[in-house]
Design a protein around this ligand. Structure first.
Ligand code: SF4
Ligand code: SF4
Length: 243
């Protein structure tokens, strides 16, 4: 059986990294050992010299989904426990993935599947990428420009709430001053449905170019949410940082 990229194995099991594997993963990610500890290492594991890769809502910190297909963000250097794993009908994880796939095919055939869209916006802000990153990730600064209470974890796998609880989600990837990826939902969305937001920050002639993407937005929410980012985020964010 070939792998159907359902991702169930990466949500059910925590991958372990042997000391001799750690260096090549850190080099691949271009991070420091300290970043590894902060972002990806599960601090709860202290029983031998292996590291356990941290899990967050939805599974391994390196698990990604694109159009329903799972992928591994460190695939070329993934640890042996992952590269040795063989899919097969005897694996309960693979059978579960198959069951889920059949269920969604049935939902599509019945017309129950949710239609979603992707929002893409770009804004230029006269401030450094560091200031923009901090405004988005620091609870107090976030609350200051949005005007709503915010509580934002600085950890991958940590939760956030913003706008007095209107929006909530989990940090999926954090690259200080460069990139924020989060799951994101609004409190009036269908239960359990999350979109994925990506804020990419690059230097642009003394300011910052913020490229924003939000995938899996329920179609009927698309216009409101799209306008909401312009009115309640980019506008007040510029007002606060460009003073
Ligand atoms: S490291 Fe990659 S392959 Fe291994 S569990 Fe995580 S996402 Fe899956
Ligand atoms: S559970 Fe099986 S089919 Fe699904 S991603 Fe893992 S190996 Fe592939």
């Amino acid at each position: 059986m070939s792998c159907r990229r359902c991702g169930v194995c990466c949500t059910r099991h925590q991958a372990y990294v042997r000391p001799e594997e750690l260096g090549r993963i850190i080099a691949f990610l271009r991070i420091t050992g300290e970043d590894w500890e902060k972002l990806y290492n599960d601090p709860g594991w202290e029983f031998n010299d292996f590291c356990l890769i941290r899990h967050m809502e939805g599974g391994c910190a390196f698990l990604r989904f694109e159009q329903g297909l799972a992928s591994c963000a460190i695939y070329p250097v993934r640890p042996a426990c992952c590269s040795d794993w063989q899919p097969g009908p005897d694996r309960k994880e693979c059978r579960e993935g198959m069951k889920r796939a059949k269920k969604s095919v049935k939902a599509i055939l019945k017309g129950d599947a949710m239609n979603t869209r992707t929002i893409r916006q770009t804004v230029t802000i006269k401030a450094t990428p560091h200031d923009v990153y901090e405004a988005l990730m620091d609870s107090k600064k976030h609350a200051a420009f949005t005007g709503g209470k915010a509580s934002i974890s600085r950890m991958v796998g940590g939760k956030f709430t913003a706008y007095d609880g209107y929006a909530e989600g989990v940090n999926v990837e954090l690259v200080p001053d460069k990139k924020i990826v989060q799951t994101w939902r609004a409190d009036d969305w269908p239960e359990g449905h999350y979109s994925r937001v990506t804020f990419s920050l690059t230097n642009a002639g003394g300011g910052t170019r913020l490229a924003f993407t939000q995938s899996d937005v329920p179609e009927e929410q698309y216009d409101d949410v799209s306008q909401g980012w312009r009115d309640y985020y980019w506008k007040p964010l510029k007002e606060m940082l460009e003073k």
